[in-house]
Design a binder for this molecule. Structure first.
Ligand code: HSE
Length: 306
């Protein structure tokens, strides 16, 4: 069985560890084949290299956990076409983890619900980020826009974003280091005024998704806590300038997850203008940059059987 596993953008500004959005592009392809041994085997067929030791691979770890928890008497070989750049802020590890949870559930007929799949996929995130944050695996499973309402007990809300949204992703050739490191610079405490700011913006963004109001979504993409802290720590170079560029073009701009990718949300008609502006911007900084013009997309889904 083969699936497509989407890139996802977490946080969207004020929704640190809460908001996530599944993107139509880029995506990984993951194929699973049953094997007689009760273990996981990993093969990278194409694209970026990721660990092939199943305990260190986000998908392999999910398969091993599910074999253990459901006492399965067989295992899976995962074949991965890794198109989402690892360490990009586009949920590369979450895509593999979500694909693995989906595939184990389908192949072994476990009949798990979406929240259970998010739970298992999140175990894979521990391998890469050190904590089971859910804001990439939730949209990777649900598709569209997701809100992680609580982790224990796990509660996710999925919302269909408006269809006229374009999402422009700028992926600069910058090494951010690990998500773990990027999490270490997140403030442990916030002032009440910053809390009020972020709750206000997050509410507007979530309401904009539900009401399908693009202007509200853009207005909500503003964070005064996590993004500025990461910018000060040098993890998000040119942060202030990127925010101003977005403002000048009428786009909502946010760091995608822990970066270095940045996303801009804008009307479809203006997407190519934003894309070329991102490219020019990074070029002016002497930095290469890949740009995707995409839109919100579905969660992990089956591709044709071979
Ligand atoms: N919410 C997480 C973070 C997402 O910002 O660290 C990581 O992709």
């Amino acid at each position: 069985m083969r699936v497509r596993a989407p890139a996802t953008s977490a946080n969207l500004g004020p929704g640190f560890d809460v908001f996530g959005l599944a993107l139509r592009e880029p995506y990984d392809v993951v194929e699973a084949v049953e094997i007689p041994e009760k273990t996981a085997r990993i093969k990278v067929m194409e694209g970026y290299q990721v660990p092939v030791d199943p305990r260190e691979n986000t998908g392999g770890y999910v398969v091993l956990s599910m074999i253990r928890d459901f006492d399965l008497d067989k295992g899976l070989e995962l074949r991965i076409w890794k198109r989402i750049r690892p360490g990009s802020g586009l949920g590369s590890s979450a895509a593999t983890a979500a694909a693995a949870a989906y595939l184990v559930n389908e192949i072994f007929d476990l009949n798990l619900g979406l929240e259970d799949l998010v739970h298992y996929a999140s175990l894979g995130e521990v391998v890469s980020a050190g904590v089971p944050h859910l804001d990439n695996v939730a949209p990777a499973i649900y598709g569209g826009f997701t809100i992680v309402s609580s982790r224990d007990p796990l509660k996710i809300y999925g919302i269909d974003p408006p269809s006229e949204i374009a999402v422009v992703v700028a992926l600069p050739e910058i090494e951010k280091g690990s998500t773990k490191k990027a999490r270490e610079v997140v403030p442990k405490e916030v002032s009440i005024s910053d809390l009020v700011h972020n709750v206000g913006k997050a509410s507007v963004l979530a309401a904009g998704m539900a009401l399908k109001d693009l202007e509200m979504i853009k207005a909500g993409m503003a964070d005064v806590v996590v993004e500025p802290a990461r910018s000060r720590a040098g993890i998000i170079p040119h942060y202030e300038e990127l925010k101003s560029l977005g403002e000048a073009l009428g786009a909502g701009v946010a760091v995608s997850g822990a970066g270095p990718a940045v996303i801009g949300v804008i009307e479809k008609a203006s997407a190519s203008k934003l894309a070329s502006s991102f490219k020019e911007f990074y070029k002016s900084k002497g930095c290469g940059c890949e740009v995707y013009v995409t839109e919100p997309g579905p969660g992990v889904s089956k591709l044709e059987e071979r």
